[in-house]
Design a protein. Structure first.
Length: 393
């Protein structure tokens, strides 16, 4: 009997050992999840609307098939096979960048996280004070010039400058303008009601709702070819620290261009505007008027080609607060191609409004010196600001 099975026993034992070995391998083998580590990217405060991130992934028992990254929400992600990405259109505030790896068996890594804060234009000096009313006219070129990046940057600059009133020109996208307002704490605003098609650029006003109230907004010179963008006129009351300033604000954007015909249209627009103001002043109901905007012309042109002659000659009733800046390219408000250093954005005041301007100052804000990529992301115009010391304690 023993001899009968003696030759079989080694074969039997070998089979048992082989089976047990296979079972042992199956019992200990498992797929480990991949890992990912962020190797580069911001960790503190950045003054930019974009950020670069890099990472390294590893799978010790398989192959990586991709990564999923996201911003501020780790439950969703954008797939990529790269190990670096640039995130654009960052908004002001705190953010978290997430990255996860996935392997060829469908296993996910834990998310690697990098926290950072966006604080645009921290080098820009605030201009608003507790004792003054600041009025800024600002052509925000084809707003938003670069989409969400422009919305974020203009909003951040307005908040940083801390002015009481912004009169703006060239609103191309009204939805983007409403988005600008929705994220601008302490401010409200509106844009002009005129509409001449999708190409048309509107004017608008942004103001501190806790200081300024607006009533009776209407538009002037409807249907006049010399004034293709009807100016907005409104009554404003600024009240703070026991001081009050009631005035009419007119926001305009005159015809651009250097041809004789375009210059003639600006001259006609100025004549219409002066006739309107003269009539208002004669009625005597409100004597404080401020006219702000992109006038698209220079105050120091020769008399025979100066579109402002009617105002400049009537020194008893009118004064351009921007006149002391004229002729000096350092104070130029237009910095676009072909007209760098031209002062074409102006603030006009009537005689009675000058009482509130006593001790005030007007200046061009050279924001392109204070913030990066100003011309690329924001505008080819600098803001022009007038300061009225009406809230003195």
């Amino acid at each position: 009997m023993a001899k009968r099975y003696a030759g079989f026993l080694p074969w039997f034992l070998a089979i048992v050992v082989f089976v047990l070995a296979g079972c042992r391998q199956k019992s200990v083998h498992h797929n480990s999840p991949p890992t990912v580590v962020i190797t580069s990217g911001p960790t503190g405060v950045i003054a930019s609307d974009s950020a670069n991130f890099g990472w390294i992934g590893e799978d010790i028992d398989g192959n990586l098939v991709g990564f999923y990254y996201g911003l501020d929400d780790s439950s969703t992600g954008i797939r990529t096979e790269d190990t670096a990405v640039t995130v654009h259109c960052l908004s002001l505030g705190e953010h978290e960048f997430y990255i996860r790896a996935v392997d060829d068996s469908g296993k996910w890594s834990n998310a690697a996280v990098r926290s950072f804060r966006v604080q645009f234009d921290s080098s820009v000096a605030p201009r608003g004070t507790d004792t003054t009313l600041e009025i800024i006219t600002w052509n925000i070129q084809n707003f938003p010039k670069q989409g969400d990046s422009t919305v974020n940057r203009v909003r951040a600059l307005m908040a940083r400058l801390d002015a009481d009133i912004y009169a703006v020109q060239e609103i191309e996208d009204t939805l983007a303008f409403r988005e600008l307002l929705s994220g601008l704490s302490g401010y409200t605003g509106f844009y002009s009601r005129d509409d001449y098609g999708s190409f048309y650029q509107k004017t608008g006003v942004v103001y501190k709702s806790g200081i300024v109230t607006v009533t009776d907004m209407h538009q002037l010179f409807w249907g006049n070819d010399s004034v293709p963008r009807p100016p907005m006129e409104m009554t404003m009351t600024a009240n703070h620290n026991g001081g009050t300033f009631d005035f009419h604000l007119i926001v305009l954007h005159l015809k651009a261009g250097g041809s004789a015909q375009e210059q003639s249209k600006r001259k006609t627009a100025c004549r219409l505007l002066k006739e309107h103001l003269d009539e208002e002043l004669e009625q005597g109901e409100e004597l404080d008027f401020l006219v702000v905007g992109d006038w698209n012309d220079k105050l120091d042109d020769p008399p025979d080609s100066n579109v402002f002659t009617l105002f400049l000659e009537d020194t008893l009733q009118y004064r351009f607060l921007t006149f002391p800046l004229a002729g000096n390219s350092y104070y130029g408000s237009y910095i676009g191609e072909g007209g760098y250093g031209s002062l074409i954005d102006h603030i006009l005041a009537t005689r009675d409004a000058l009482n509130e301007y006593d001790g005030g100052i007007t200046m061009t804000l050279r924001l392109d010196d204070e913030t990066d990529r100003y011309g690329q992301l924001i505008s080819d115009h600098r803001p022009v600001m007038a300061i009225f010391p009406v809230f003195r304690k």
